[in-house]
Write a protein of this length. Sequence first.
Length: 249
Amino acid sequence: MKTVVSLVRIAGLGALAWSLGGCAALDRLSQIGETPKLTAIENPTAAPGYKPVQMPMPMAQPASYNPNSLWRNGSRAFFKDQRAHQIGDILTVKVKITDKATLENETARSRKNSEDSGIENFFGKPKLPVIDKVPIPGRIFTADSNGASEGKGSVDRKEEITTNIAGVVTQVLPNGNLVIEGRQEVRVNFEVRELIVAGIVRPEDIESDNTIESTKIAQARIAYGGRGQITDVQQPRYGQQVLDVLLPF
């Protein structure tokens, strides 16, 4: 009975996965022979699930001005500060990721136990006094055990991404920090490459040419991937993904 219930559940999950992938399959069938469509420019604040960033902030400090002076505190240009500072402004993010990690672990452990107990003589006699013909067992309890374990592991990873992307200021926090988000799509033949950058930056970290390095972005979220015919071939089929989740072997 349990086997039948398990098979019914697996079949139900398979049908659910097939129904979820049906819409995507229809979209792919309608785009056969055509280049992948680029997504439309959207307002990030209107996206489903968007939530403004909220973090602990200090008390707002009033801005100070120099009387009878053309110079403004915090400006890097005489007439106007060209850096992004308000919602809707654009700044360039210089993405440079050079990540390399090499780890190697090795563990070896062994243990050997031996137990041996018995009686050689009963008050100096090799036989029992009641039953004279029965010899005393020399070994009553004997046990041996051996155990050994060995483990090895290694990690060798190297990632490098160098590119530039323009981001938009989507929110200004109470302390003046800027929440930015940038999205870039490049289509070459039948493959679309996507680059997404989001995070929080300080206005002081923005260079005079209105650029900022990705290493200075707090809560950085950087995604680089693609979609299209090449990516589709590299991905396993829906049925295989379902089996990978359900099968315990």
